[in-house]
Design a protein around this ligand. Structure first.
Ligand code: SAH
Length: 248
């Protein structure tokens, strides 16, 4: 079981697999007023940076589940590096349908809401692990500017304009699901650059090390086209944020 190889290649050097910078992750951890010993569940935990740094900075404990073997291994190494390996654990597996045995204080899915078929399904899934007074975290794109055509949406690698909402509508949708939005931290274009542009050097180095790999042509094509595509579409049209929700 693993995720498509292109992600593992392009994001092998990323600690954060979304447009958040380390600073934004820190701001979010502080904004949530986390208490020592708070339990966190993270579905699609990637390389574990959120859990590991929050364990170091706020004394939280928790579990992350991710389908990428590489990212999960990197998460465990990061926990060792930050001295929090006894407080967080990382499981390689499919997070679809995953409900924690013990209720948690923070149930998160940051940039992987397809795990439960979209935002609504993911909130329903996370709610099953949430204890009283707990917070759900959803990391999700929104339209910073509405794409004028479906082609522009596809340029952002969205399937259609309807895949995402504008920020006020996204916030309103949480209310209609019965949740208060109690905090949010939004990415910015510099953060998008850190996420997207960092892939280019990783791909370039991978190509130099693996010229004869069967994947080399696909990686070469991406490295050639991605900077222009990203600058024309994603960087201009797509926003991204983490939204903290509490049931009403
Ligand atoms: N939350 C992390 C990773 C976001 S990228 C961060 O912010 O850095 C999306 C992650 O979802 C990737 O790590 C990918 O491996 C993982 N993923 C994709 N499908 C999954 C599934 N069905 N179950 C668990 N993880 C999944």
């Amino acid at each position: 079981m693993d995720i498509p190889r292109i992600f593992t290649i392009a994001e092998s050097a990323h600690r954060i697999h979304n447009p958040f910078t380390p600073e934004k992750l820190t701001i979010l951890g502080e904004a949530l007023r986390l208490e020592r010993g708070a339990r966190v569940l993270d579905l699609g935990s990637g390389s574990g940076e959120m859990l590991c740094t929050w364990a170091r900075d706020h004394g939280v404990t928790g579990t992350g589940i991710d389908m990428s073997r590489l990212f999960t291994e990197q998460a465990a190494l990061r926990a060792e590096e930050l001295g929090v390996a006894h407080h967080v654990r990382f499981i390689h597996g499919d997070a679809a349908g995953h409900v924690s045995e013990e209720k948690v204080d923070v149930a998160a899915c940051v940039g992987a809401t397809w795990i439960a078929g979209g935002v609504t399904g993911t909130i329903e899934l996370l709610a099953r692990s949430l204890g009283a007074g707990g917070i759900i975290l959803i990391g999700e794109p929104y339209w910073r500017q509405l794409p004028p055509t479906e082609e522009v949406a596809k340029g952002c690698l969205a399937g259609a304009i309807s895949d995402f909402l504008m920020l006020p509508e996204l916030l309103g949708s949480f209310g209609r699901l019965g949740y208060d939005v109690v905090e949010m931290v939004l990415a910015d274009q510099d953060g998008w650059d850190r996420y997207e542009a960092a892939k280019w050097l990783t791909m370039r180095r991978w190509l130099e090390a693996n010229p004869d790999d069967e994947f080399a042509k696909e990686v070469r094509d991406r490295l050639t086209s991605e900077p222009g595509r990203y600058a024309a579409y994603t960087r201009e049209y797509q926003g991204w944020g983490v939204f903290a929700l509490m049931p009403r």
